[in-house]
Design a protein around this ligand. Structure first.
Ligand code: ADP
Length: 322
């Protein structure tokens, strides 16, 4: 990419230098033409005998020279603008496609890991159950772990499937009257069972919303899952759902490392993950927030991220009151 940028800038520099060179050459030629025309004027018109006629012809020649100069400059500037605009379009689309292909490569690496690790964990748990005659408590623990892993797998498959269906406009969203308060409460409860003591919620009861249960559940779960993935264990997470003027506001506030300002917009991009594969500790696909934003926008809402005080981030889903 750096080599391409350097070569591209060199080529652009060459084109601009060539245009300047041609502009200067044309101007020199124009001056030469003017001088020749003036000499031939002197041969035909005597400035002392007919000063008025000579002056008039000379002014005409100077006017022609100025108009030639104006023509070179305006045509040169127009061509330069066309070249620079074209160059900018080519450069940005090349950069975008390079970035997307790198993100897709990362996505494939992450997906392979995300699919393989729950399968491996489930296999190990099931083999242990098969091999040893464990007491009921241990058996239940292993079975519980299998369920957690299969839920993870299920969430990942749902994210991938729905993202591709929504992009292809093939997903037919249901329109049912839902109790958003109950939906949020249930999602928080599921996480509280998995991570006891970490989640607290302040949910206004009886908030209804017409939409697709699966999509809204995915949007909420993606935010909750991220708080677990990107914050130190044991740190608290607060979830709230409230009515504010003409909106419903669902807030998920954590006390993790937070998200730097320059990354706040990017994290909603497809396959986008902060950092790179070597420095990231947590695996993921970069689809969660992308999908969440598509879902929320579909309902005319928006999702934003702010800094939490003193540390962490706050994700806010704002939906219009229907
Ligand atoms: P994934 O979790 O699969 O990487 P997401 O789209 O859910 O994909 O998140 C994109 C990126 O945003 C993550 O890779 C992570 O770097 C960052 N991120 C998301 N949520 C949080 C959070 N609560 N705290 C810090 N970083 C976060």
């Amino acid at each position: 990419m750096r080599l391409f940028t350097t070569l591209y800038l060199l080529l652009l520099g060459y084109i601009i230098a060539a245009m300047l060179f041609w502009g200067i050459s044309l101007e020199k030629q124009s001056v030469m033409i003017y001088e020749q025309q003036r000499e031939s004027l002197l041969e035909h018109v005597d400035p002392e005998d007919t000063p008025d006629a000579y002056q008039q012809s000379l002014e005409y020649l100077e006017q022609r020279k100025r108009s030639r100069t104006r023509q070179y400059i305006s045509e040169g500037i127009t061509s330069l603008l066309v070249i620079l605009t074209g160059a900018a379009v080519v450069y940005t689309s090349f950069r975008r496609s390079m970035l997307l292909s790198r993100q897709q490569h990362n996505f494939m690496l992450s997906v392979t890991h995300e699919l393989k690790s729950p399968i491996a964990a489930m296999k190990l748990n099931l083999q242990t159950l098969e091999k040893y005659d464990l007491d009921e408590e241990k058996r239940n623990l292993l079975l519980e772990r299998c369920i957690v892993e299969s839920n993870r797998l299920n969430e990942l498959c749902n994210n991938m499937l729905i993202a591709s269906q929504m992009e292809g406009r093939q997903y037919v969203a249901a329109n049912e009257l839902l109790d958003l308060s109950v939906l949020t409460e249930e999602a928080v409860l599921a996480y509280s069972i998995r991570y006891p003591g970490r989640f607290t919620s302040h949910i206004t009861t009886g908030i209804s919303f017409t939409g697709d249960r699966l999509l809204l559940q995915m949007a909420i779960n993606n935010l909750l899952e991220n708080t677990v993935k990107y914050t130190p264990p044991e740190t608290p997470v607060e979830v709230s759902l409230r009515k504010r003027a003409n909106s419903l506001v669902l807030k998920v506030a954590d006390q993790g490392a937070g998200i730097p300002d320059h990354e706040k917009k990017r994290i909603f991009g497809k396959f986008y993950r902060i950092g790179n594969e070597n420095t990231r500790k947590t695996k993921g696909t970069g689809l969660g927030l992308y999908l969440t934003r598509i879902i929320i926008r579909q309902y005319g809402g928006q999702i934003i991220v702010k800094d939490n005080k003193p540390v962490g981030s706050v994700f806010e889903i704002i939906l219009p009151v229907q």
